[in-house]
Ligand binder design. Structure first.
Ligand SMILES: *Cc1c(COP(=O)(O)O)cnc(C)c1O
Length: 520
């Protein structure tokens, strides 16, 4: 049964009125109205002089009425946004086991470095002679990304992993066109892939050809090789894959892909599992994005921006987009114009300006403060933590594949069979227990997936608390007659079970006077 979007029903066992308060507030958690609902017309935080009676200079464009901003005093605004911020769950407040997202602790050192005025206050149009330090930082980060991956070229520009995928596939297309093989339009993508992989290929006009998985959770290498042909542009493979497993056949797959005249794009979102231990170049990869916000710890997920540098092999290096840093007689210089004298066969550019500077600073601070041994330990501990979770839950939940796993462990919903409880119910019950849920229903290759990525920054004590909670929930689900209790979850949040399907299909993004609000 697909229980997603099930509307909230009061749980029968709940004491009627027992949890009610006069105000609707619970403890110090305030039932916060929308800012528009707090409107006191005419109220303002500043005293502005009356608007002088000046002639309109907008020609025929005339204001038709008030623009509808609420009247508020400054303390009201401050409290409103502070209260909203307190409703956030963040990696700074607790375990965030969202699989494939690498929600690890963001060391404060990174933040301190990113706030140095010499980095934080730069303007992207400043003369290059005045930003030599920033260019050196970009050049140094590029050096370490190339070193960690063994690849000869990198672009720092892409704004996230998905944008990096697009960049890598555009370089592949440019390389194919350059050698007169632009007719290669098929891209092979395993069924377990993150949705951005087929979306990227499709957005660029490639035809997506799905490759089935093998029973052991890896891609079916024989099926993949059988699909290779003279119309294949490339493959997009994730390693470790989204089942948390290392693709054992990756070398022979790479060889077969190259033999067929195609390119190997690797989705590097899971680099955290192998950084400092495996160099993607040694696996035969031609292009791979690195999610700086995942592997190198910069805040993400309702927080900071993404950043998705892409590393390239020798064969794709000539097509790396602008801008990139070069060493000249007068110091460092940015090559900014595709088609210009130093840009070679760069295929173009991915975005305005130079990339997410603040994230470059954070990522480099993370890399340099860890050092080679620290990165080696981080990936090892990430894998150890995931295997610990898998081992401690293996008897009450159902691991989808035989272990060991890499940095995340995948369960499916077979352990819930016959209980009336679903993966979604488990996730909602976890919220009541104070944990952000794991990734649910992804990857699609197993039924009712629960994908847990603890990361290396969780202590054993923290993992034990989480595991003990999940064990208790799994046992409760199996205790019989528990379905109604689970289906009522979350019971302790400001909003209860939401109709997520309607919210996604018919989002209400604007407040309209007099419409009121939907119920809890
Ligand atoms: C996170 C992720 C992406 C997309 O990265 P964004 O930075 O969110 O755009 C792609 N593939 C996998 C496997 C991921 O986990």
């Amino acid at each position: 049964m697909n229980a997603q979007g099930r509307p909230t029903a009061a749980f029968a066992g709940e004491s009627a009125g027992g949890e009610e308060t006069v105000t609707g507030n619970r403890g110090l958690r305030i039932e916060e109205p929308l800012i528009f609902e707090q409107d006191s017309p005419g109220m303002t935080g500043v005293d502005l002089p009356a608007v002088p009676d000046a002639p309109l200079r907008l020609g025929t464009v005339r204001p038709r009425g008030r623009i509808g901003l609420p009247g508020l005093a400054e303390p009201q605004v401050v409290r409103h946004y502070t209260r909203l911020s307190q409703k956030n769950y963040a990696i700074d407040t607790g375990l965030y086991p969202l699989g494939s997202c690498t929600m690890k602790h963001n060391p404060r050192l990174n933040e301190k470095m990113a706030r140095l005025p010499g980095f934080a206050d730069l303007h992207p149009l400043q003369p290059q002679a005045t930003v030599q330090g920033a260019l050196e930082l970009m050049d140094t980060l590029a050096h370490w990304l190339k070193t960690l991956t063994g690849m000869p070229a990198v672009t720092l520009a892409p704004a996230a992993g998905a944008h990096g995928e697009m960049c890598g596939m555009m370089a592949i297309r440019a390389a194919l066109e350059h050698r007169g093989e632009g007719g290669r339009t098929r891209v092979l993508v395993p069924e377990s892939a993150h949705g951005t992989n087929p979306a990227t290929a499709a957005a660029l006009g490639f035809t997506v050809d799905p490759v089935p998985g093998a029973p052991d959770g890896r891609v079916d290498a024989a099926a993949l090789k059988a699909k290779l042909g003279s119309d294949v542009a490339g493959i997009m493979l994730t390693n470790p894959n989204t089942c948390g497993l290392f693709e054992r056949d990756i070398r022979s797959i790479a060889d077969a892909v190259h033999e067929a005249g195609a390119y190997f794009y690797c989705d590097g979102a899971n680099f955290n599992a192998i950084v400092g231990r495996v160099r993607p170049a040694d696996l035969g990869i031609d292009a791979m994005h690195i999610n700086l916000h995942k592997t190198f710890s910069t805040p993400h997920g309702g927080g900071g921006p993404g950043s998705g540098p892409v590393v390239f092999s020798e064969s794709l290096a000539p097509f790396v987009p602008v801008p990139f840093v070069v060493h000249g007689p007068d110091g460092l210089r940015l090559v900014e114009h595709a088609g210009g004298p130093d840009a070679g066969t760069a295929f173009g550019r991915m975005k305005a300006f130079h990339g997410q500077m603040g994230m470059f600073v954070r990522a480099l601070a993370y890399i340099l403060s860890h050092g080679a041994d620290g990165l080696w330990q981080a990936s090892g501990d990430a894998v150890l933590n995931a295997n610990y979770v898998m081992a401690r839950l293996g008897d009450v939940m159902t691991p989808s594949f035989d272990g060991p796993c890499m940095h995340e462990c995948l369960f499916d919903d077979r352990f819930l069979k016959g209980t009336g409880v679903t993966t979604l119910d488990i996730a909602k019950a976890l919220i009541d227990e104070g944990f952000h849920p794991m990734t649910m229903y992804f990857p699609l290759v197993v039924h009712g997936a629960l994908l847990i990525e603890p990361t290396e920054t969780e202590s054993r004590a923290g993992l034990d608390q989480f595991v003990d909670t999940l064990r208790a929930l799994a046992e409760r689900a199996r205790a019989g007659d528990a379905a109604a209790w689970f289906q009522a979850a979350p019971r302790l949040t400001p909003r209860r079970r939401l109709d997520e399907t309607t919210a996604a299909r018919k989002p209400v993004l604007r407040w309209k006077e007099g419409e009121g609000r939907a119920g809890p």
